[in-house]
Design a protein around this ligand. Sequence first.
Ligand SMILES: Cc1cc2nc3c(=O)[nH]c(=O)nc-3n(C[C@H](O)[C@H](O)[C@H](O)COP(=O)(O)OP(=O)(O)OC[C@H]3O[C@@H](n4cnc5c(N)ncnc54)[C@H](O)[C@@H]3O)c2cc1C
Length: 396
Amino acid sequence: MKHRIVVLGAGYAGAHAAGRLARRLHPDDTEITLVNADPDFVERVRMHQLATGQDLRRRALSDVFAGTYVAVRPAQVTAVDVDRKTVELIDQHGAEEIAYDTLVYALGSTAADHGVPGVIEHAYHVAGKQAALRLRERLRDVAAGTTVLVVGGGLTGIEAATEIAENRPDLDVAIAARRGVGDWLSDKARRHLRRVFDRLGITVHEHTDIARVDDTGVVTGAAGQIPAQVTVWTAGFTTHPIAAATTLEVAETGQIVVDATMRSVSHPDVYAVGDAGIAKGVGGKPLRMSCASGIPMAWQAADAIAARLTGRKIPEIRIRYYAQCISLGRRDGIIQFVTPDDQFTSSVVTGRPAARIKEFVCAGAAWSIAHPTVMLPSRRRHVIAAIEAETLSVTP
Ligand SMILES: Cc1cc2nc3c(=O)[nH]c(=O)nc-3n(C[C@H](O)[C@H](O)[C@H](O)COP(=O)(O)OP(=O)(O)OC[C@H]3O[C@@H](n4cnc5c(N)ncnc54)[C@H](O)[C@@H]3O)c2cc1C
């Protein structure tokens, strides 16, 4: 019987993991199934572009993995049983249970409402495709002069606010944040951000706690109100509840706790990569939810799985950061260079060159998904049955 590897989620992390596993392990004795809710690869870093009416290139996962032995299974994952080693799926034909020997959990994340009343009912977000399409429809229908409030002063909030303001100069766009907007950036980057907000006419509300969202805007902690006809909630990401409903060890964030090889610390046949897993980076700091973490996490997991099953030394991939790339609409941006543990340095690129670099990085990430096995030397090795049995029975 073949060793069954099931990868849940074909985002940046899951798709990379599946492609790399197919390049490392022999199809004679390994089976790889990649489950994803959407039949296409969703370029999540461009959801603010989708929301503002831009059309994204379609990449069907079945085309992406054609010619590899990865079987793409479009379906919704509804539950995982890590003790029985099964996954429950549902698609248009109904519910099904599939079994695995090794699971790679890469279901990503969604918008975090932080328990603020009214967010789910009244706010829009851009953390996924359906949500971005909903906002796109709303923005298409609103008249000139409509007030749009983006809540969240992090990367996603900044990108969403500037994209909306650039795309719809007739709207009245504001951004609100609990702390400072872009306050993790260097002074130079923040000064540039301010200039761009001024140029695009974006009103900034800082140190503003949002207590409630309703259909007239938001109520702030100081019992004030910011009126808005459209509220876009970008105050961070949270994981889907599936992992936390299992016996896997998860952190407070709901992310699966993994070791340096991205293997669950509680269940050795489960690996978690991307936003769904929490691993330590340089200096022991948890890696941040990002493509910049998710892609190398996927490489590490795939290499560790292949090495364990084939009796080889596990390679170590050093996951470190280089830069944070922020788009400010299509014609401006900030490239903030960072230390390996993600602290800003004084090196910054801004303006059109930064926009070009950001575009290059996003396009490069999507290209590498669309060509899962290109530029990787093929070393398809056979699973060693005795090692497989030992690997599967290991307790942490
Ligand atoms: C607007 C925006 C801009 C961003 N910009 C950047 C950036 O510039 N740089 C950066 O590093 N990061 C950025 N991020 C964050 C980045 O997109 C995420 O960290 C990254 O996508 C995580 O990769 P992942 O593979 O873990 O999850 P995802 O890319 O979210 O992939 C998860 C996959 O799992 C599927 N899935 C989820 N639940 C189920 C289910 N129940 N059943 C079946 N399939 C399911 C989803 O459809 C998806 O295909 C941005 C995010 C947003 C929203």
